[in-house]
Ligand binder design. Structure first.
Ligand code: WT7
Length: 650
């Protein structure tokens, strides 16, 4: 408690923490000595029905096969295994509902619930390889639905419950899902918002053109009225709840598809990132164990993500449960009924590991330290950050105010595509630098390189370049669902001759060789840790009859990292009604994509800056949006468009 947080460039773990840590310096040495043997050892932390013959087959690059010939059941590993080992009475989930209801679920209870759901999904005729869409808020049944799918070898596609009906429809269609699992509604700041209704809207969209969905399975959460289609729609409490709680899990190939998760790319169409079973679970469990220093049966772990994102998949469902964690799952928003909610939950359950996003930390800072200071947070011993670069100021506040000036902070860099954490300090090893993800984890290999693939040179000054992953890793994506071309083009074409994965992030190495992630170098925005493509928002805007053209950029935002700023040209017959029109356009984007994609600002402009070849110069628009002097305008067709854009902004 004596450290002065203002004046430290790095924060070494205490001797006490280091002595008891899961990971010591030897972990990196082991991995360096024999990378594949190291990963085999990590895979051995799981239960395999049949052992693999080869650790890695990279002959089909860029599609890897890890733990070739191995067979396992992912859900067995996350649930039954712990019951069989005598931990059935351990709480798996301390669930906290937004209205204040709560539920503790032990591993034995979780096994029964997952088995019931698996039995019922089987009764519905679902078979291994079929796709199931899960469109649910943060309730235990969502985790049960995910695990039941995994248990049966069904490939789940979780769609964030904040997404619009049309976003859901797009994902259901792309994966040809046979079943949608949802709820009647969801609690949001004390109100029950309909969800089943959104599913109906999605499935009847476009004049009810044929789609793949046979059934909609509905959990009753809020008790609100729902539209109902007899024969197609089924209540969870009338079906799953009455099913047999015994179910024999069957082993699947290590490369059996586990899930698809859609994420934004540089076009308007989201990419279905495909993950498989053995390698994914190995790395999710490995990273959760070492990066968070998780001790089963002792720690109380809380990841504040939503299951709709990859963080929820890897660090609420698969990683923690594979490691027999006791974890908090919270349904609602951090300020309901007031801003004390998270710290009350930490106090109530004695949370020891807390993993959240920089945008939320900055929000806590705005609310003021008197709020966390009103609570006993002494149970916390490891803090994590994910989703975007964390600014040093927020890092120090997190450590000082939330971590009583002593907890290690792990700034974890990874992506939907990487499946699990790739670059992060190890809490008992690394002297952490505020703002830096620092070091590839043992077993992971990354580089910062220039356009040609030459490593940036460490010198007196910092070296900037592109972040690449130059060796395959177990939890890597195995493809983009239904679009092999896009998979190769997006990630592997840039450094094709070297066989490297291009992450889409800029990074720099400091003179100590520590890695700092700088953010996306493509047309992808990061708003509150959510990945949103400029193209998607543009396409929602031009979907409005009054808009002829739209250009969207991410502008630096103090709280959300980036904010969405749109520039639109109206059609000749559209009248500019000022705020009324702007609000209508913002609402249109919320409706089309999700409230998370709602632009912070929309400017109606007469012209957009374009190159001679017709490409919108987003870089210049970003300068305008951030109020900077204009950069190079030499390739611009008509530099005077900026006078007009600026005049409008003012
Ligand atoms: C993008 C991936 C990883 C789960 C949540 C987001 C950015 C993520 C960090 C970090 C700097 C980060 C990157 C990355 N990002 N973590 N610790 N430091 N940037 O997953 O939606 O797939 O987004 O988030 O730009 O490419 P995602």
């Amino acid at each position: 408690m004596t450290e002065n947080p203002e004046h430290q460039a790095s924060y070494a773990p205490s001797a006490e923490f280091a002595a008891a840590a899961n990971a010591g310096a030897e972990l990196a040495e082991l991995a360096a000595a024999d990378r594949l043997a190291f990963w085999a050892e990590q895979a051995d932390r799981l239960h395999w029905e049949q052992r693999w013959t080869d650790v890695l087959d990279w002959s089909g690059a860029p599609v890897a096969r890890w733990f070739v010939g191995g067979r396992l059941n992912v859900a067995y590993n996350c649930v039954d295994r712990h019951v069989d080992d005598g931990h059935g009475e351990q709480v798996a989930i301390h669930w906290e509902g937004e209205p204040g209801d709560s539920r503790d679920i032990t591993y034995a209870e979780l096994r029964d619930e997952v088995s019931r759901a698996a039995n019922y999904l089987t009764e519905l005729g679902l078979e291994a390889g079929d796709r199931v869409a899960i469109y649910m808020p943060m309730i235990p049944e969502a985790i049960v639905a995910i695990l039941a799918s995994a248990r049966l070898g069904l490939t789940h596609s979780v769609v964030f419950a904040g997404f619009s009906p049309s976003a859901l429809r797009q994902r259901v269609d792309d994966a040809s899902a046979r079943l949608v699992i949802t709820t009647d509604g969801q609690w949001r700041r004390g109100k029950a918002a309909p969800l089943k209704e959104a599913v109906d809207e999605a499935l009847y969209a476009n004049g009810d053109v044929p789609h793949s969905v046979e059934h909609v399975l509905v959990v009753r959460r809020t008790g609100i009225e729902v539209p109902w289609t007899d024969g197609r729609d089924l209540w969870w409490h009338e079906t799953v709840a009455n099913a047999d709680p015994h179910h024999e899990p069957r082993a699947f190939d290590a490369e059996h598809p586990l899930f698809i998760l859609y994420t934004s790319g540089t076009t308007g169409k989201p990419k279905g990132i495909l993950h498989t079973s053995g390698g994914y679970l190995t790395q999710a469990a490995y990273t959760h164990h070492y990066v968070f220093d998780h001790k089963p049966g002792q720690d109380v772990y809380w990841c504040t993500a939503d299951i709709g994102w990859v963080t929820g998949h890897s660090y609420i469902v698969y990683g923690p449960l594979a490691n027999r964690a006791t974890q908090v799952v919270y349904e609602g928003t951090p300020n309901f009924p007031d801003e004390h909610r998270h710290w009350q939950i930490v106090e109530k359950y004695g949370v020891s590991i807390y993993y959240t996003a920089p945008t939320l930390i900055r929000t806590f800072m705005k609310w003021g330290r008197q709020i966390p200071d009103a609570h006993d947070l002494s149970s916390l011993r490891v803090l994590g950050s994910v989703g975007e670069p964390i600014n040093p100021e927020a890092w120090r506040w997190y450590r000082t105010v939330i971590g009583s000036g002593k907890t290690p902070i792990v700034d974890t860099w990874w992506q939907t595509e990487t499946g699990a954490i790739m670059i992060s300090p190890l809490p008992g090893v690394t002297a952490a630098k505020p703002g830096a993800a620092q070091t590839p984890l043992p077993g992971v290999s990354a580089q910062v390189v220039d356009e040609e693939g030459n490593p940036v040179v460490l010198g007196e000054t910092e070296a900037n370049g592109y972040l690449v992953l130059d060796q395959p890793w177990p939890s890597m994506l195995r493809g983009v669902w239904g679009d092999d071309e896009r998979f190769r083009e997006t990630y592997w074409a840039r450094y094709a001759d070297r066989g490297w994965y291009f992450a889409g992030d800029g990074a720099r190495l400091d003179p100590d060789g520590d890695l700092w992630v700088l953010g996306r170098v493509d047309d992808v925005m990061n708003v509150s840790g959510h990945r949103i493509s400029t193209a998607e928002v543009e396409s929602a805007l031009v979907g409005h009859s009054g808009v002829a053209e739209a250009a969207v950029v991410g502008a630096t935002d103090e709280t959300t990292g980036q904010g969405i700023v749109a520039f639109v040209i109206l059609t000749a017959t559209t009248e500019n009604t000022g705020d009324a029109l702007v609000n209508e356009l913002k609402a249109e984007v919320s409706r089309e994509i999700s409230p998370i994609a709602r632009p912070r600002e929309i400017h109606v402009v007469p012209e957009l800056p374009k190159t001679r070849s017709g490409k919108i110069m987003r870089r210049l628009l970003r300068d305008v949006a951030e109020g900077r002097e204009l950069g190079d305008t030499s390739t611009l067709v008509d530099p005077s468009v900026f006078e007009q854009i600026r005049a409008d902004k003012a």
